[in-house]
Ligand binder design. Sequence first.
Ligand SMILES: [Zn+2]
Length: 405
Amino acid sequence: MNVVERLEALRTLGAHERGIDRALLTPPERRARALFASWARASGLHVTQDGVSNLFARRDGTRANAQPILVGSHLDTVPTGGAYDGAYGVAAALCALDVLDVRGVRTAHPIEAVAWAGEEGSRFPLGCLGSSVFAGLNDERTVLEIVGDDGVTLAQALASPEGGLLEGLPMRTGRDVAAYLELHVEQGPVLEDLGLSLGIVTAIAAQRRLRATVTGRSGHAGTVPMAMRADALGAASELVLALERAAREQGDAVATVGRMLVEPNGTNVIPAHVVFSIDIRSPDEAKLDAIEARLTEVIARVRKGRGVEIELEAFERRSSTPMTPALRDAIARAITTQCEAYADVPSGAGHDAMSLGKIAPTAMIFVPSTGGQSHVSEERTADRDLLLGVEALANAIVEVDRVVD
Ligand SMILES: [Zn+2]
């Protein structure tokens, strides 16, 4: 089965009229893992799982005691998600191993196709759940106690026969990894805009999430003169626009206010209270520092000028994950041998490669997302690009096998 056919099979699992719901350890997600295991076995791979339901399919290498090169992504989706985010990289990893078989390629390192558990953080509130536990960034026992949005702990969900671990699979041991490769849809419009089928990721962007709370003074929309107001939404609007300007000025940075709550939220009442989210990302942390510094300046000015109170609270800081130069070069050679062009692109979205990047040489390949759409049911990548991605991944495995210890 090629990658297009495999994605079609996975697409049906958890599908409904508004998209795909395949949250971690739900019945459709378990069916996806079972399908991965059956495909892997059909290809003669040795399938194992671990204590948080990460799944591994191993193709042996020729060198004794060589650590494995892991190649994978995730099978879970966001609510009403699409068919390509994550699933593509997992299906493609198996297909790339089939390509090596067809070509009679033996690698020195064992190669393991991996389906990481719960990358999206849907159901259990922890992104990159499986890969972060595997990489030792989160303690497994602590993570097992995390409660999902249905009140069930991860440990209970893993034990459930409907959504839990697959029966009869041996447990994988050991965490040593020679290298990690992940093929993923871009989830943005850059490659399509450049007219290219392949991208090599430079770095996964640093991300900061903050919450701004603006407190002004409510009043009658008709009776309070403009000069006597402390309009919380007016103040918030200045901050939103300042943030947008700051990100544009920095370049190579993005800023988003995606959520805003206005109180009392009446058509004829001056807003007293506004809470909004701020999401800023860049591969370059210094740019995020600069945007935050600008925001602090504007807050001081708006506070004084409008007589409102503004509080800023940071609740998530993720550092940037640079991709390993030697692996990026190996991928570039791989793509060049197939006479394809590529672009170096940053990843604004988070991926399991952030976890693996902490413990092993790591790199990512992107294929375009039609219209830049992702995390929606309309998410799509052209069949030709899906197939080129598998080819690039197979070639990259061979190149990476040569350059890592
Ligand atoms: Zn993903």
